[in-house]
Design a protein around this ligand. Structure first.
Ligand code: PBG
Length: 356
């Protein structure tokens, strides 16, 4: 029955009515709050491109986690900036690594806080790639910094550079798996509640599951960054985590943003390998991927509202070009409406405050 019998506006008249028929609701329980942990004590250094996000020492991470918990946020995810980087990512799997220390401290001090460990090697590798790097050519065109280029020529030079690096270097898959599994086990040993591999190597979920099981951690769940796209939205994160690749890019392991079917295949494979939960990343530019994943797979689905998404909203809000608070809530709601059960977001505390 059409107008005038049907009037859609009847149920929009008051906030009470709108609230009654609201289909999607955010709660602080939906959020996972990312923390960037650095060595030292009393350190709280704001990330330039991410206002409100800090590089923090372990003691401050405990405080952040406690605050998030008090606002109703059930989980944090930890990223680490180690004292030293090398070519085998020692800082990622060291027993007293920065993430391991932070995990122990948070688990000890903040009751019932779920600690999720991002398992990836880029923050711990001197070259900033997510796996072991092997040379496959001559080292002649090693660094873009060494190339003298005029500003106007830079994009072309970067492309050329990326192409030549790709030709000369390879991110070795199978050798990397061992380090990833070792990292996961050392995190689990430190008390990590959930292991979240984000490197996009093939077979990492199976390798990590095997490593965890062999060491008595058969009850530690894996949240796989299953469909992670090679995205320009990670820009600010790489400043926060000091993990920009020194040469080339991540397109030989992260997914091509054009591919939805491939994303479904990635998810399917990770589930076959033993993933308990899956993730799509970034979020806002990939809502269709979230929706399709929700439709096809009956497992908990997370989405990561990444650093660039956060930075854009903060930057525009600071210019008074948008209402930052409302856009924060609108984007988070969109991600949930698309089908995400969990949202990793730098807005976790702010949004939880709005939700009261
Ligand atoms: C590690 C990792 C990245 C992010 C999460 N884990 C960076 C990358 O892949 O380059 C990005 C998160 C964000 O942008 O907020 N590999």
């Amino acid at each position: 029955m059409a107008f005038p019998t049907t009037r859609m506006r009847r149920l929009r008249r008051t906030e009470a009515l709108r609230n009654l028929v609201r289909e999607t609701r955010l709660t602080p329980n939906d959020f996972i709050y990312p923390l960037f942990v650095v060595p030292g004590e009393g350190v709280r250094k704001e990330v330039g491109s991410m206002p409100g996000v800090f590089n923090i020492s372990v003691d401050q991470a405990v405080k952040e986690a406690a605050e998030a918990k008090s606002l109703g946020v059930p989980a944090v995810i930890l990223f680490g900036l180690p004292e030293k980087k090398d070519e085998v990512a020692t800082g990622a799997w060291a027993e007293d690594g920065i993430v391991q220390r932070a995990t122990r401290a948070i688990k000890r001090e903040v009751k019932h806080m779920i600690v999720v460990g991002d398992v990836c090697l880029c923050e711990y590798m001197s070259h900033g790639h997510c796996g072991i790097v092997q040379k496959s050519g001559s080292p002649a065109t090693r660094s873009v910094g060494a190339m003298a280029v005029k500003e106007a020529e830079l994009p072309a030079a970067m492309d050329k550079m990326a192409a030549s690096a790709a030709a000369e270097y390879e991110i070795v898959n199978d050798a990397t798996l061992e380090i990833l599994a070792k990292t996961a086990v050392s995190q689990a040993r430190a008390g990590m509640d959930i292991i979240a591999p984000s490197d996009m190597m093939d077979g990492r979920v199976a390798a990590i599951r095997k490593g965890l099981d062999a060491n008595g951690f058969e009850n530690t769940p894996i949240l796989s960054y299953a469909a992670k796209f090679a995205s320009a939205f990670y820009g600010p994160f790489r400043e926060a985590a000091d993990s920009a690749p020194a040469f080339g890019d991540r397109r030989s392991y992260q997914m091509d943003g054009a591919n939805l079917r491939e994303a479904m295949r990635e998810i399917e494979l990770d589930l076959e390998e033993g993933a308990d939960m899956i993730m799509v990343k970034p979020a806002l530019a990939y809502l269709d991927v979230i929706a399709e994943a929700r439709r096809r797979f009956d497992v908990p689905l997370a989405a990561y509202q990444v650093s660039g998404e956060y930075a854009m909203i903060q930057a525009a809000a600071r210019n008074n070009w948008i209402d930052g608070k409302r856009i924060m809530m609108e984007t988070l709601l969109a991600i949930k409406r698309a089908g995400a059960n969990l949202i990793l977001t730098y807005f976790a505390k702010d949004a939880a405050r709005v939700l009261g």
